[in-house]
Ligand binder design. Structure first.
Ligand code: GLU
Length: 477
């Protein structure tokens, strides 16, 4: 689909660098990106670092790194709020001049007492506006509050996902736009920045919906045009409550380290709260082509790690063993290959190929291959019960002899030897194959037995079969 440049669509992702990028925020970034790419608009990133004590450079780097990992890159240089104090001061000055704001000298203690008094009567509606009429030239510490106009009944947010939501005038107190140390607050800076960056569509989490009426009032007071809003429903836990760390609410960097592929995570998050018919698997190109704000659901979407695992497995199977190894070393364990002391690179690549259909994450490869490096620690009891009987010892003895005689240890030769044994012993092939699997891996759930034998090689295979023989014999005594 050819997309022509659309100057009128400008969206932004505005993370606060007070922690690593969380997957919920990544979904917000993704929806913004998809909307920009679908419409031919621009996607921007703004770092909201006005909360200086909590904002850290390490988090800025980590957030930008996570976005890059997922190929979410802004079309213009990243904007930092910490670079924009002069602009904020200028706008505050303008608002003071036009009397849209006022200095509030009420102390925290006074505010608390008045609040408690009103709450006792069930009449507390936020700040009571006392300083609207006090002498503005007096000395003393003050905050700056926005003067919510008296002549409005309500503020209506026209949300592209949720429709019209009306907030009564009484629900909106005269909110603070600058603290007593002069630092501007979120509602104020976000409005100034979105206007300056010419943001046309504010697409963000539903948790910010309650701030939107305040921002709309600020847009109007500053003489800015109001952008369109789309508040995305939150990601819920599988049970429907708030998503917790245990449910998977961790940072994107955790997912990277745990062996999730960026394409799988993008695919999963895109479908979390957005749908295009029943389709589950999407390439980035398809997501860009099909994405629409109308396709975003109104209700919260439940996080389902099993579905993410399924998709991740699907994407893993699309990759070559070489690419998988490269990703393991880049994202999961940089020492992976060097810590495999028994297997060389070729063997590791073959094992990756063999186990590709069975894993959910890249980390599974590390676990499987590392544990496969050493002899099985024990042999699955159910496997032993089902596949090992009085004839097994002889079968394994024969196998040791036959495999030792093979010069070219290739799949065809190995399979011929095993089939011969099954014929000679008059047993079904499974009674040869399954004990071999047990001997090599400790379980009967492994890839094809011929592939396994060839991959770990003649010497190691025979060593494991002999060890298994010893084990069976020791059990008999
Ligand atoms: N910085 C805010 C946050 O991380 C988002 C602000 C916005 O999108 O308006 O929650």
């Amino acid at each position: 689909m050819a997309i022509t440049k659309n100057e009128s669509v400008r969206v932004r992702f505005a993370p606060s660098p007070t922690g690593h990028l969380h997957i919920g925020s990544l979904r917000t970034a993704l929806f913004n990106l998809l909307y920009a790419r679908h419409t031919g608009g621009s996607f921007l990133v703004r770092i909201e670092d006005t909360d200086l004590p909590r904002s850290k450079k390490e988090y800025v780097d980590s957030i930008l790194q996570s976005l890059k990992w997922i190929s979410i890159e802004p079309d213009e240089p990243v904007v930092f709020q910490s670079d924009r104090s002069q602009k904020y001061n200028d706008v505050i000055e303008h608002l003071v001049k036009n009397r849209h704001v006022y200095k509030c000298f009420c102390s925290q203690d006074d505010l608390k007492k008045r609040k408690e008094g009103l709450e006792a009567k069930g009449a507390y509606r936020g700040y009571d506006g006392r300083c609207r009429s006090v002498d503005q030239s007096q000395e003393g510490p003050y905050v700056i509050r926005f003067k919510v106009p008296n002549d409005i009944e309500k503020v209506v947010v026209s949300d592209l996902i949720r429709g019209e939501i009306a907030f009564d005038r009484e629900q909106i107190e005269d909110f603070v736009i600058a603290r007593s140390d002069g630092s501007p607050t979120y509602n104020f800076v976000v409005t100034v920045d979105d206007a300056d960056m010419k943001i046309s569509h504010v697409i963000r989490g539903e948790d910010l919906l309650s701030s939107t009426p305040k921002q709309i009032l600020l847009y109007k007071a500053c003489g800015y045009s109001v952008p369109k809003f789309a508040h995305i429903p939150l990601i819920l836990s599988p049970k429907g409550g708030r998503l917790s760390k245990r449910d998977g609410a961790t940072s994107v960097s955790e997912y990277t380290k745990n062996g999730y592929l960026s394409d799988a995570l993008v695919n999963y998050l895109a479908r979390l709260g957005w749908a295009h018919g029943d389709q589950e698997v999407f390439s980035m190109q398809e997501l860009i082509e099909y994405f629409s704000i109308e396709g975003v659901v109104k209700n919260g979407a439940a996080f389902d790690i099993e579905k993410l695992n399924w998709l991740n497995g699907l994407y893993i199977r699309e990759l070559s063993a070489k690419k998988i190894l490269e990703l393991i070393e880049k994202d999961v364990d940089s020492n992976f290959l060097s810590s495999c002391n028994k297997f060389d690179k070729e063997t590791v690549l073959s094992l990756i190929e063999l186990y590709k259909d069975r894993v959910k994450t890249l980390k599974d490869f590390v676990e499987i291959i590392c544990s496969f490096e050493s002899l099985p620690q024990d042999y699955s009891t159910s496997g032993m019960q089902k596949w090992v009987n009085e004839g097994t010892e002889e079968i394994v003895e024969k196998m040791v002899i036959k495999l030792s005689e093979i010069d070219a240890f290739y799949k065809e030769e190995v399979s011929e030897s095993l089939r011969d044994i099954s014929k000679e012993q008059g047993v079904k092939f499974a009674y040869v194959a399954q004990p071999t699997r047990l001997a090599l891996t400790g379980t009967v759930e492994s890839p094809g037995v011929f592939d396994l034998l060839v991959t770990i090689g003649k010497e190691e295979s025979i060593f494991r079969l002999k060890t298994f023989l010893d084990f069976m014999r020791s059990k008999k005594q």
